[in-house]
Write a protein that binds this ligand. Structure first.
Ligand SMILES: Nc1ncnc2c1ncn2[C@@H]1O[C@H](COP(=O)(O)OP(=O)(O)OP(=O)(O)O)[C@@H](O)[C@H]1O
Ligand SMILES: [Mg+2]
Length: 358
């Protein structure tokens, strides 16, 4: 009898692999979320996604500033080249029926009917499709604040991939990824993470990355979701992912990503004469120290980069101290409260490198 050829069901196709590697470059430390998104995408590509359901229904919980929204934007960026193609619905803003009308439009005859396009129309969903990728991304933020009306609407989308608009047209969500984020269980999770957080002494190494603590934190988040939401809702989710608190190592990598983004902004700015920034390791460490507050994830880091780097650079540009093709070295000296900016002598050579990289 011919022998069975063993196959490897963990290997993914090229497109899914490509998505995974892009997401890993953009989002640091949240591999579980990335894994779930890639898995749903792969199933969709293979044509094996359940009929009449969205491509994926995900609930993301966990600390503020840890990448919940970022991973959704990064997925859109990777698949349809535009992080702004995500349709974001802040659930707290849709409490009353006239606000729900902004999402689904009002019935014919009502005041305002046809005046504005509902946020969740088929056209809105499809408008960022590309030649190759016809997937939409919908994000419902802070779902614990959703009103009953919004909740019912959401259940229909998650379960049947359909939404009925005010004028009875149907919107099809079967080619959409639905992301829900929530702050639920945040208190329980952060007290598990570090009971001393309130006193600002939390060492970064203690941000809950040991496997055991991670499991307890995840468990607390999922338990909070089960307490708050009905089983019919929980059963419609493909996955609940509890995001990790970002530790020193993750934040260090995010500094590098954000500095790369600043360089792209310099390149794209119409008013700027493009130049290069060369940020030394000590300057990166300084930004990391300035921008680290474990309670707020990567947000303080981004603010520190704006304050310590982008604002001074804007001044240097506006006052004519930076010229096209310059290479600006950004460094730091111990004890100093600011970064040091200097023009490197080999500007022209550096500019050659910059244009090649662009
Ligand atoms: N894991 C991460 N990898 C890379 N960048 C990150 C990560 N987490 C946060 N950031 C950066 O910080 C910014 C804020 O993060 P994000 O908006 O994703 O927070 P969030 O988890 O959605 O928080 P909230 O619960 O307050 O909405 C992002 O735009 C991104 O630049
Ligand atoms: Mg968010």
């Amino acid at each position: 009898m011919p022998r069975l050829t063993l196959l490897d069901p963990t290997r993914t196709g090229m497109q899914a692999e490509d998505l995974e590697s892009r997401l890993r470059r953009l989002v640091i430390g949240q591999d579980e979320a990335i894994h779930q998104i890639v898995r749903a995408y792969q199933t969709y590509l293979a044509g094996l996604a359940p009929v009449g359901r969205p491509i994926g229904n995900f609930l993301f919980l966990g600390p503020t500033g840890s990448g919940k929204t970022r991973v959704v934007e990064a997925t859109a960026e990777s698949l349809v080249n535009d992080p702004r193609s995500v349709i974001k619905i802040d659930c707290a803003e849709f409490q009353h029926s006239h606000e729900i009308a902004k999402l689904i439009g009002s019935p014919p005859g009502y005041l305002g009917h046809r005046e504005t396009q509902p946020l969740l129309s088929q056209e809105a969903l499809n408008q960022h499709h590309t030649e190759k990728v016809k997937i939409s991304f919908v994000l419902f933020d802070e779902i614990e604040k959703a009103s009953d009306a919004l909740w019912n609407l959401l259940l229909g989308i998650l379960d049947k991939a359909t939404l009925t608009l005010g004028d009875n047209r149907k919107v099809d969500f079967s080619a959409a990824m639905i992301f829900l984020t929530g702050k639920l269980g945040a208190t329980e999770m952060s007290s598990l993470l570090n009971p001393r957080l309130g006193f600002h002494v939390a060492p970064l190494e203690d941000t809950g990355n040991s496997a055991k603590l991670r499991a307890r934190i995840s468990g607390a988040g999922i338990a909070a979701a089960r307490r708050k939401f009905t089983p019919e809702f929980i059963n419609r989710l493909d996955k609940v992912v509890v995001f990790k608190s970002l530790g020193a190592e993750e934040l260090r990598r995010i500094v590098n990503i954000e500095l790369e983004i600043v360089q792209q902004r310099i390149r794209a700015a119409a008013a700027s004469k493009p130049f290069l920034i060369d940020v030394t390791d000590t300057a990166r460490e300084f930004l990391l120290t300035e921008g680290t507050d474990v309670r707020y994830g990567a947000r303080p880091l981004k603010r520190a980069i704006e304050r310590m780097l982008v604002h001074p650079l804007s001044n240097l540009m506006a006052s004519g101290q930076i010229h096209r093709g310059d290479c600006i070295r950004v460094s730091h000296e111990e004890g100093s409260v600011a970064l040091i900016f200097g023009r490197e002598p080999e500007a022209v050579k550096a500019w050659g490198v910059a244009t090649r990289a662009a």
